[in-house]
Write a protein of this length. Structure first.
Length: 540
């Protein structure tokens, strides 16, 4: 890093000396010497990465302003080097995240509420849809409550909210249950939306529930302790259909995606043996190998089952996230001890290891990778996987010594990682960043030519040798990644960051990109006067 900084200093000094010798100054524009009075102005062309890479036979010392990476580049005889921040300490983004409170909880006989957002999506008109669960009640503008038992115990209830991109509330709908009676909340109803996706202005959901769902007079009943539901609603919140997936035991919903053929792909985990999918309508029954097994299934837009398969070993195998890049689906999850997926099998050397599976459109396994610990107490857990720029980005948590294919990490305390890698027979990781001491990566998303990662941190958290100072007990961060010095490659590096927080507590849940802006959705807690929970939207 010191050598890079010295080289850049020499390079910048050379540019300054060149300009002084020519009686010029540098301003963005076109590449020419313009006569302005007694001085000349050397203007530098503004070009995209693609246009810069197309320059024929550039001379050493040639300058260009990179509009994708927002920096001046100089040709060093081999590559175009970015003069801004390459090899130096990352700096703050030019402005803080702007904050909008889009709901606050109320107090009263039904107690204050809280909302957890598990998934976000955007429609063609730029409306945002937030999905997760609600406890208790929220006041204006949301004005919505969860289910309650007869003695006012609040019960977790699935929720979908619609907002404009400016944060204006439009509507909310809850995945409600039949009337609940009984003294204890665990004797009654519960529901939660795990994931949401939108195509052709139709909204597809996956979630969990216990007992029964009665949602706009469409009723389903669970077969066991907790079942999975999938549903289709429109942008005016009308429920088109809802389906049940479950056996006699416990099931966990994970992710939902729509491919280019409008097929619905879902993932989840199940303990039941067998797991019944689409009972009574061309159903499929899957056996269980032990603990939780992972399943992936495919439906058409009307909820008709098209196929299903399973993977797993004798212990818990849990899917955490799903992404799609035609024609393949990628699932990231965890396994303990042993794991089998078609002809692929892994034996865990850590306490909990990560699998990454590749499925084709027929739900056949086309490849398998893993990140794993080196001893019994080591753990690595994925949180989210995304396919961006022809490679996979995965963030999650780790503790101990972890093998990431061609790279490794060691931490004696629980930490978080952000990685990008190519899916080969063994994963080839080309980017690996960590945050320690109370920080965590939550989600990653592309925006124009840049990549952004969000997460949460407390005072004492450190990343890239940068200590992060929170305003309250926890704050939100936004990290920017841009193409490295050799921008003709597909390598990205940590560039800049910004934070958001108050003297209370904030937490980021999910992020999306729309119309060139980044939108982060999260929650906050205020302890002034009465304790209150807020729902936030940060934008950048």
């Amino acid at each position: 890093m010191k050598k890079t900084a010295i080289n850049l200093s020499i390079l910048i000094l050379f540019v300054i000396q060149f300009c002084l010798a020519q009686s010029t100054s540098i301003t963005p524009g076109g590449l020419e010497l313009n006569n302005k009075g007694n001085s000349d102005v050397l203007t530098i062309p503004k070009l995209s990465n693609q246009a810069i890479s197309a320059i024929q036979a550039p001379k050493i010392g040639s300058l260009v302003y990179d509009i994708d990476s927002n920096c001046i580049r100089v040709y060093n005889g081999n590559i175009w080097v970015c003069l801004t921040d390459s090899g130096s300490i990352p700096f703050h983004l030019p402005q803080k995240l702007t904050t909008k409170i889009i709901g606050s909880s109320q107090t009263g006989p039904q107690t204050a509420g809280s909302i957890v957002i598990n998934a976000v999506s955007v429609d063609n008109a730029g409306n945002f849809y937030l999905a997760g669960r609600i406890f208790g009640c929220y006041s204006s503008p949301i004005s919505v409550c969860s289910n309650y038992s007869s003695d006012l115990f609040r019960l977790p209830t699935g929720i979908v909210l619609k907002f404009s991109s400016s944060g204006a509330f439009k509507w909310a709908t809850t995945v409600t249950g039949l009337p609940v009676t009984g003294q204890y909340p665990d004797s009654g109803f519960s529901s939660e939306v795990s994931d949401i996706t939108i195509k052709n202005d139709k909204i597809y959901l996956i979630g969990n529930y216990s007992k029964s769902i009665s949602w706009q007079n469409k009723i389903i009943t669970s077969n066991g302790e907790k079942d999975i539901f999938i549903a289709k609603i429109d942008t005016s919140k009308t429920v088109n259909w809802i389906k049940n997936i479950g056996g006699i035991s416990d099931e966990i919903s994970s992710s939902i995606f729509i491919d280019e053929n409008s097929n619905i792909i879902i993932t989840g985990a199940y303990k039941s043996s067998p797991l019944i999918i689409n009972q009574g309508n061309n159903s499929i029954s899957l056996s269980n190998s032990g603990g939780y097994d992972t399943f992936i299934s495919k439906f058409d837009v009307n909820g008709n089952l098209l196929g299903a398969t399973k993977v797993g070993g004798t212990n818990d195998d849990l899917p955490e996230s799903l992404t799609y890049q035609s024609p393949y689906f990628y699932i990231a999850g965890t396994y303990i001890n042993n794991f089998t997926a078609s002809t692929y099998s892994f034996t865990s050397t850590g306490g909990k290891d990560t699998f990454i599976l590749k499925f084709n459109s027929l739900l056949s396994i086309a490849g398998a990778n893993r990140f794993f610990g080196l001893s019994a107490n080591d753990e690595v857990t994925p949180r989210e996987i995304k396919f961006i720029n022809n490679k996979l980005y995965l963030c999650g948590y780790f503790n101990g010594s972890i093998n990431f294919g061609n790279k490794s990490l060691t931490s004696s305390i629980p930490s978080s990682f952000l990685s990008s890698f190519y899916f080969y027979e063994s994963p080839y990781v080309d980017y690996l960043q960590t945050i320690t001491n109370g920080g965590s990566f939550i989600s990653v998303i592309p925006n124009n030519s840049l990549i952004y990662a969000i997460g949460n941190y407390a005072t004492g958290a450190t990343t890239m040798n940068i200590p992060l100072q929170s305003q309250g007990s926890s704050d939100v961060f936004l990290f920017e990644l841009k193409k490295s010095g050799n921008f003709e490659s597909n390598n990205f590096e940590f560039s800049r960051y910004t934070t958001a927080g108050t003297e209370s507590s904030e937490a980021a849940y999910k992020v999306l990109s729309y119309n060139g802006k980044i939108y982060i959705f999260g929650g906050g807690t205020s302890f002034y006067n009465n304790r209150a929970q807020y729902l936030y939207m940060w934008s950048y």
